[in-house]
Design a protein around this ligand. Sequence first.
Ligand SMILES: Nc1ncnc2c1ncn2[C@@H]1O[C@H](COP(=O)(O)OP(=O)(O)OP(=O)(O)O)[C@@H](O)[C@H]1O
Ligand SMILES: [Mg+2]
Length: 472
Amino acid sequence: MLMLMLPANFNAFLACSSIAFVILLFLRRRRWAAWAKDLLHAHHHLKVPQLNDLTQQENPFYRRVSLYLDSLPSVANADSINLLSGRRRHNDVILSPDDDQVIADTFLGSRLSWLNRVDRDDRNNVVSRCFVLTMRKRDRRRILKPYFNHIHAVADDAEERRRELSIHTNCNGGWKSAAFDHPASFESLVIGHDLKTRIQLELEMFARSKQYHHKLGRVWKRSYLLYGPSGTGKSSFIAAVANFLNYDVYNLNMWQVIDDADLNGLLLQTSSKSVVVVEDLDRYVAENPRSRVSTSALLNFMDGISNFQAERIMIFTMSSKDGVDSALLRPGRIDVHIYFPLCDFNSFKTLANNYLGVKEHKLFPQVEEIFQSGRTMSPAEISELMLVNRSSPTRALKSVITALESSARNTRKAPPLVMSDSASSSPTADDCDGSAWKETLPKEFRKLYGILRMKSGKKSATYDPEQEILER
Ligand SMILES: Nc1ncnc2c1ncn2[C@@H]1O[C@H](COP(=O)(O)OP(=O)(O)OP(=O)(O)O)[C@@H](O)[C@H]1O
Ligand SMILES: [Mg+2]
């Protein structure tokens, strides 16, 4: 009897321990897999501790590696990952590997892995973290240096995107700084879809064109003139550009500038990766015939001559270009002119969707009729009415109708957007046909632009700037 029982118990015991072994193996599979791999290949392990052993201060390279890992597609595709919210924008999501998770990577044809190792010393209540990079020994000499350079480049990029932005305003010959947290983005801005796409592509291309500008011996800057009535989105556009590129803003108040040297000094004090803004330039030029700043100093400032190494966007705003000295606006000095018009029915509908969440409404035909009769208001005025009445879309639309009916403003035909790329030798009004700019883009950007246009359902091959403006 005993003889018969024993093998049965023994078998059960064997089965249980095999299952336990498999479960254990499964739980620790990553470490086991690493161990098994080690047996097969000669691997090299490099540790990146979170804290410096001696000073107990954070190891900056640990942070760079975590930024790098966040960018890896294998992290995004992992079965389980920690999602953390970003510091700067709350809708930014940072991906962070779990404790003891292994993240795979490839570089120059070599397979590498990162282990997010966490060691807990419960007795002393100490947790120490490190990343362990594993690579084949034979790959080490070939890839280690370029791989670390690559990690730094990716981390630089990520840090740049997460950097807190500042706005600087000139005062007594210097700049006063504050945090820049304007929420404007291209998504919230009511401008034509093609115009948005085009500006975004152009800005991305600009940010990557250091070598190109240096080769040509040109100042690394791009200048925009935004003009149009008050409350049409010029300042919001500036904030959207700064947020899009993650550049600081230098808001130059020309009335505070003492003389030519002061203006030059202010430009020299601006940092790279910045948007330099001069609002109401037309008013300054008109109101200051005996200005303390000479025209040549102003033109040199606009050309960015004294600080040509820095990567800079310059934006000037005007209510109108009428009567402004053409030297101020010549191609090369100003690369792109963008007109910001008052509302038309299309832009009204976009505002109604953004502010009230309404795509269609029984009052829309009445609103359309009023716009067709020529009455209009600025996006700022209309959005304000929608904002205060947002709890009732019907009330909001009725208040817009009443305001439009009593509005003295009339639509006029929007002047065309002028695109003149400063790289062309003799920019003329012909450049304003709106297609020239695309030719200045590298091939891959032209392709991307084509794809974006197709996605937006626009089949037409030519870009009509006038249509863009009226489209809003
Ligand atoms: N095109 C637009 N798209 C979305 N919102 C807009 C637009 N234009 C104006 N607004 C709304 O109106 C407010 C004021 O706009 P903004 O300050 O950008 O106008 P502006 O053209 O700079 O006016 P001003 O010439 O008086 O300085 C913005 O905060 C935004 O809410
Ligand atoms: Mg403004």
